[in-house]
Design a protein around this ligand. Structure first.
Ligand SMILES: [Zn+2]
Length: 261
């Protein structure tokens, strides 16, 4: 390392007081998880001069992302952050129950006092239920995707749900994410995608643009890229979901009219 980097490195926090090797103690205190790298079987972590100084919250308002092409890290907001407000990232899986979160954070030698951890008892119980639901929110993704597909593209029958009913569960989860201030990665995207598709299917451009815009912003925070959502947000009517349901309903309505006539 350059003298400047070395100086910055050794000025980072160290909570591993029992660790005889100072450099290892600083790595253990400050390293950010990177994951595996192409062609290598190991898990990697990195120490960053500034990003390693960002504090933890179980309700983080920002996320960091590693660009493996450039080895650059960036931090982006998950929620609007006001001037003077502290930036927080999560060091652990934030969907764990509070006791497990505190346990996972014990190696950092602090007791988390974030908004989720410092809730009074009745509110904490509700938060724990919401996080438990969020943690396993992906379990039924496949059947939900299939149900949406059937609703949008299948032949409508008497028992086919309407737009409000088909989006109820996905909206309930969006509400959970919003209430917990936790768009849990990576499950949030499935919910937003279904809501955006449903909105497109009935030609609701305003809702489709809103969901796609949020999905683009969250994807940029988590992955560094919009993953195609910007294009959907700017022209939802160009997706192959646009109007598919409305056209089917149009068919049903005219048949009903014919019967009535
Ligand atoms: Zn916390």
């Amino acid at each position: 390392m350059t003298a400047e980097s070395r100086d910055a490195f050794f000025h980072l926090a160290n909570v591993q007081v029992g660790e005889p090797f100072l450099a290892k103690a600083i790595i253990d205190t400050n390293a950010l998880f990177v994951g595996t790298l192409p062609g290598a079987p190991y898990h990697y972590a990195a120490v960053c001069k500034d990003i390693s100084r960002i504090n933890h919250s179980c309700t983080p308002n920002a996320a960091y992302h590693v660009d493996l092409r450039t080895f650059a890290f960036d931090v982006r907001a998950l929620f609007p952050i006001s001037p003077g407000e502290q930036v927080f990232i999560s060091y652990i899986d934030p969907a764990l129950p509070r006791a497990a979160r505190q346990d996972a954070l014990s190696s950092y030698a602090f007791t988390c006092a974030c908004p989720a951890c410092s809730l009074p008892k009745p509110a904490l119980a509700q938060s724990e239920v919401r996080r438990a639901l969020i943690a396993r929110a992906d379990a039924t993704a496949e059947s939900r995707n299939a149900a949406l597909e059937r609703w949008a593209r299948g032949t409508p029958t008497e028992s086919t749900p309407d737009y409000a009913s088909i989006t109820t569960v996905d909206k309930m989860y969006m509400d959970l994410f919003e209430k917990e201030r936790l768009y849990y990665e990576p499950v949030w995207e499935g919910y937003m995608a279904r809501l955006c598709k449903a909105a497109c299917a009935v030609g609701d451009g305003e809702a489709a643009r809103r969901w796609a815009g949020l999905a683009a912003a969250l994807n940029r925070a988590y992955t560094g890229e919009d993953r195609g959502w910007d294009e959907v947000a700017s022209a939802p009517e160009r997706t192959d979901w646009w109007g598919v349901r409305t056209r089917k309903l149009g068919g049903v309505r005219s048949r009903t009219n014919l019967d009535a006539g």
